[in-house]
Design a protein around this ligand. Structure first.
Ligand code: 0L1
Ligand code: MG
Length: 268
């Protein structure tokens, strides 16, 4: 929880908006962006709504199994017309196996993103967290594909509405090949995203803020400002290296990560 008392929305409104957005997610039903009705909503309100969505899921027995940074690549920032990253979480029920199927009917308008991910072996706490501190805390690196699915109609939103909507978190597929950081250069690690056998996007890790570890440092500093830390053993998705690619039932996605193997899925 944010622990801040300078928010513009009261606790009842935050709880109502969390229920509204989580219901939209679980029923795969789109809604208008919440700042239309609450233009005074601030960043603390937005993260408080996201925290309440997380609390609701955990109270129903769903484990929070990872953290995510979003809008961290130059391509994604350009695609969405924004300049700063956002942070969210993923739950156990969002995970799908590599090579498996994803039910498009459970989603509104999914898009896929190729992400370089890390798992920590030591806690990370801001302020002052930097790439060096993150590298020292990396246990191993794994590839993943995130399936984002904004609950907002036609992906029409602003950043605060996106944060409240848990940064469009919806599904994710983690690849099975873990590697030691010392064997990799995350900046030059190439990623090729194929849809239905055709290359639709490609990039290298440096597309994410110059180094994917920078996204983790920003996450640690973001949490540190709220009195929280990234615990040891945390799976962290550092953000899509390319722009997000729209998918629908019938599509097959395969992402080739240099040195990390491939991650694939079919939308049915
Ligand atoms: O993972 C992400 O990049 C989150 C992006 C949030 C905005 C969107 O839905 O594209
Ligand atoms: Mg993402």
């Amino acid at each position: 929880m944010s622990g801040r008392n300078d928010m513009n929305l009261d606790a009842k409104t935050i709880a109502q908006l969390a229920e509204h957005l989580e219901t939209a997610e679980l029923q795969a039903r789109d809604v208008t962006k919440i700042t239309d009705d609450f233009p005074g909503m601030d960043w603390d309100d937005a993260y408080a709504i996201q925290d309440e969505i997380r609390r609701r899921k955990e109270s129903r027995g769903h484990k929070t199994v990872g953290l995510k940074a979003g809008l961290t690549s130059f391509a994604k920032m350009k695609q969405m017309g924004v300049t700063s990253p956002v942070f969210g979480f993923v739950s156990d029920y969002m995970s799908r196996p590599d090579g498996g199927e994803i039910q498009a009917s459970e989603l509104i308008h999914p898009k896929v993103e190729a992400e370089i991910c890390i798992v920590t072996k030591a806690p990370l706490r801001g302020p002052g967290c930097h790439v060096g501190a993150v590298l020292a805390a990396v246990d191993f690196v794994v590839p993943a594909v995130e399936i984002i699915d904004s609950r907002y109609r036609d992906f029409k939103f602003d950043l605060k509405s996106v944060v409240a909507d848990n940064t469009s978190a919806s599904r994710f597929v983690v690849g099975g090949r873990m590697r030691d950081l010392a064997e990799l250069d995350l900046r030059t690690l190439g990623v090729v995203l194929e849809k239905n056998g055709q290359v639709v996007a490609m990039a290298a890790g440096a597309a994410v803020l110059g180094h994917p570890a920078a996204a983790v440092a920003m996450l640690a500093n973001h949490l540190g400002a709220r009195g929280q830390e990234i615990p040891a053993g945390t799976f962290i998705m550092t953000g899509g290296v390319t722009e997000a690619i729209a998918v629908e039932a019938g599509d097959a996605v395969n992402v080739r990560f240099q040195d990390l193997g491939s991650v694939s899925m079919r939308f049915v």
